[in-house]
Design a protein around this ligand. Structure first.
Ligand SMILES: C[S@@+](CC[C@H](N)C(=O)[O-])C[C@H]1O[C@@H](n2cnc3c(N)ncnc32)[C@H](O)[C@@H]1O
Ligand SMILES: [Zn+2]
Length: 384
């Protein structure tokens, strides 16, 4: 079989040529170039994370495929004690082992396992970092991840089933994530918030509070990084304050959230235009980023060979992490809802609405202004 050599970050790997040309779920071993941004951000986050620790970290990659991610972590993150690499496919592991050799990874730095991901995690726990990177939904592996993380450990979790999470298949979302998605201008953000809610509730059932360090949507995947703590009281607080529902008006774009525990008294009609309100959730209404983490990751960027898109995404997140609203506005949706004859340029809107751009959408921006004030200022801009 002909092999292709690929260089990404500090790693060089070899994978079968057909895999690069044709990525499908059926490919047993594969390398997805579109995921380079995902791996860049993982390395950047871990470079920040290891600074918190006074000892080298123990890492698990339960769904490793070619092992590119583990190799990058070993070569690009200082202070990694050992990486445990696992895949259910023995074919994948053949390439993973080759690639470890190709990169001259010292044998004492890795352990290779051939198990189901959950079984592997439970047999080899505890870890400072677990990377879940499945093809599709990560739900299958959340329970073992929660149990395999050490105190103050971090999980990096990918979901590529963005269609259910962002409203194309609402029944699948309800079944898999226990939440209703929504079809609006910030449906991707809602998808990420539903994913976080699912991760959180699995951790919460074991009295493990979480903090979201970083999250994003990019092309065909969502990604969240959560840090695990301990304490039932803290979980109670998080359930009370960070689990909620989104209320949304498709006519005037009004949006607000209501805590899960107060869903009973939620309004049914839009307080601005009287239209019947739609809703999404339950979802995570808390922070999507730790702004200090995002900023420190950006500072690490010059030390890591990365994709141009990684820089773009990270810079946008650093800005939006300072204004963490639930939902954002999009210029065209505002124009349509207000039936405007034309739209002011985005630059003007950002200035007049005290807005900050979002990585979720090139047209989107966040603002802390009340909804009615947003509508008023946009109308005035068009009238001028
Ligand atoms: C998307 S790939 C991983 C890509 C890799 N993390 C990267 O960054 O390039 C998913 C891998 O999970 C493996 N896999 C699927 N189900 C599994 C299971 N239950 N346990 C362990 N591995 C599994 C597949 O063989 C495949 O290699
Ligand atoms: Zn309304």
């Amino acid at each position: 079989m002909s092999l292709t050599r690929i260089k990404e970050g500090a790693a060089v790997i070899e994978v079968p040529q057909k895999v690069v040309e044709h990525i499908t779920e059926r490919n047993e071993v594969f390398y997805n170039p579109a995921m380079a941004v995902n791996r860049d951000l993982t390395v950047l986050l871990l470079r920040v994370f290891v600074r918190e620790k006074d000892r080298p970290i123990k890492v698990a990659e339960p769904l490793a495929a070619s092992a590119i991610r583990s190799i990058r972590i070993l070569k690009e993150v200082p202070s990694v004690e050992k990486v445990f690499i696992n895949d259910l496919s023995s074919e994948a592991l053949k390439y993973a082992r080759r690639n470890l050799e190709l990169n001259e990874i010292p044998p004492e730095k890795v352990e290779v396992w051939n198990e189901d991901a959950s079984v592997f995690l439970l047999k080899t726990k505890y870890y400072d970092y677990v990377d879940l990177d499945p093809f599709g939904s990560p739900v299958d592996f959340l329970d073992a991840t929660a149990k395999a993380l050490a105190h103050r450990g971090v999980a990096g979790i990918t979901a590529t089933d963005t269609a259910p999470l962002s409203g194309t298949y609402p029944k699948t979302c309800l079944r898999r994530y226990g939440a209703k998605p929504i079809d609006n201008e910030f449906y991707h953000e809602v998808g990420v918030r539903i994913l976080i809610k699912k991760v959180a509730e699995v951790f919460f059932q074991y009295d493990l509070p979480i903090e979201v360090l970083f999250s994003y949507a990019y092309l065909h995947h969502f990604r969240v990084f959560v840090k695990r703590y301990r304490g039932a009281r803290r979980v109670d607080e998080l359930v009370k304050n960070k689990f909620g529902y989104l209320l949304y008006c498709h006519r005037c774009l009004y949006r607000s959230t209501v805590p899960l525990v107060r869903w009973n008294g939620a309004p049914r009609e839009c307080p601005v235009c009287g239209h019947r309100l739609d809703w999404a959730g339950p979802l995570w209404v808390g922070e999507l980023w730790n702004p200090d983490y995002a900023e420190e990751m950006l500072k690490e960027l010059p030390s890591v060979e990365h994709q141009p898109e990684t820089k773009k995404l990270l810079k946008a997140v650093v800005k939006e992490s300072k204004l963490q609203t639930v939902g954002f506005y999009e210029t065209s949706a505002l124009g349509k809802a207000l039936k405007l004859p034309f739209l002011p340029p985005k630059k003007v809107l950002l200035r007049e609405l005290e807005g900050v751009e979002t990585h979720f959408s090139p047209e989107g921006f966040r603002t802390n202004l009340p909804h009615e004030e947003v509508l008023k200022r946009v109308r005035n801009l068009v009238r001028e």
